[in-house]
Design a protein around this ligand. Sequence first.
Ligand code: BGC
Length: 366
Amino acid sequence: MWTNDSPGTGLTSEKTLFGTMPDGSKVDEYTLANAHQMKVSILSYGGILQSIVVPDKRGKLADVSLGFDRLEDYLQPNPYFGAIVGRFANRIAKGRFALDGKPYQIPINDGPNALHGGPEGFDKKLWEARPVTGANWVGVELTYLSPDGEMGFPGNLRVTVRYTLHEDDRLQIHYSAVTDKDTVVNLTNHTYFNLAGAGSGTVLEQVAQINADRFTPVDSSLIPTGEVQPVQGTPLDFTAPMPIGAHIQANDRQLKYAEPKQGGYDFNWLLNHRGDLEALAVRVADPESGRTIEMHTTEPGVQFYSGNFLTGTLKGKQGLTYAHWGGFTLEAQHYPDSPNQPHFPSTVLSPGEAYSQTTVYKFRAN
Ligand code: BGC
């Protein structure tokens, strides 16, 4: 355990052993805390954000992120709880794309498509980890070298992800990467949030606002059709605050594509202030506990996913189960299938360039 060197900030950071991989490698857990009782844990396996404990308006603490207590559970198939996803977050149609005239094939793992970088993505890698500190923050820096050809992607990609917890209740994730060959990169974090507390039920009454006038409609396999459509007049219109559950079961083709039985959200919204880290991207508030999360990002889009494939069967932290719609993700990202959609913002990274993305999750209770 060590404390931040600037006195009085109340920031602390601690490294403990979380578990051991089947090959004997150790998985560390970094726990970062601030003076406002906010406490987050990050694992060197998958860069997983394992817990986010925040107070509510009465000062009552709850862990608002879904996940597991034990490494063994993270090693089993699970829906990317808290993980860093890459090399390419979200879907690539049929796992295929061409770059500099050469075809590439990513192994498919989601119906006909490749999802989140293929079956062995960054969420399943053991990252190098080291503590970092600053004047008003504590953090952990994770690095991973993805070799040329891993999951079919070209180029050795050196990736750094820095999680920092700040005095003012911001949890910031900064991603950077460099390559030695042209490649495609789209990195994000896949935390499922439930502001009432993970495992406390659905998020349908939590109120979301997404600062986006448009979205990329999808086909039945959740690949963008290539069009960009206004959200106005659709159940995707969160430009004004609206409970997540207000229209989730509307008779709408997009919602049915996302979840054929009961409907759900699983789409890419085009943020209005794309690139501007100062502008609000998304806010979600839980009226009951008063907990609020605000997301800011340098990315042009966000995948807002309402936990449609949670089934209430996986046993999560403290033995709690996660209901259908029991968590939402805010995956700051470039648009899905960008490598096949030349009119979408480019996800190509070339040697000599630096990939950089910053996303901030700010917590409040009021
Ligand atoms: C996707 C969902 C998928 C989930 C977990 C999300 O990013 O958009 O369709 O079910 O990840 O795999």
